[in-house]
Design a protein. Structure first.
Length: 84
């Protein structure tokens, strides 16, 4: 299942999440810092979405109250809800 999420408060314009049940198959960021987004995508691939949500929720970027990792946690949560 693929889910598209429009992040808020970050440089990325879109996060595409592909899940197989609760397992993350693929994450793609559009916009933002390509190196960081690519690194995050590789680190979460094959992991349980609920565990990743717990790890990334609340991460800040500088003085912002959110970050691309935090927004990914929201995207994963929404994707899991849609898959129910």
């Amino acid at each position: 299942m693929e889910y598209l999420y429009q992040p808020k408060g970050v440089c990325s314009r879109l996060i595409a999440v592909e899940l197989d049940g609760e397992t993350i198959k693929k994450v793609t960021f559009t916009g933002g810092c390509s190196g960081n987004a690519s690194g995050i995508s590789q680190l979460v691939k094959g992991r349980n979405a609920k565990e990743v949500i717990q790890s990334l929720r609340g991460v800040h970027c500088g003085s912002k109250e959110t970050s691309c990792p935090d927004q990914l946690s929201w995207a994963l949560e929404k994707a899991l809800e849609q898959g129910e």
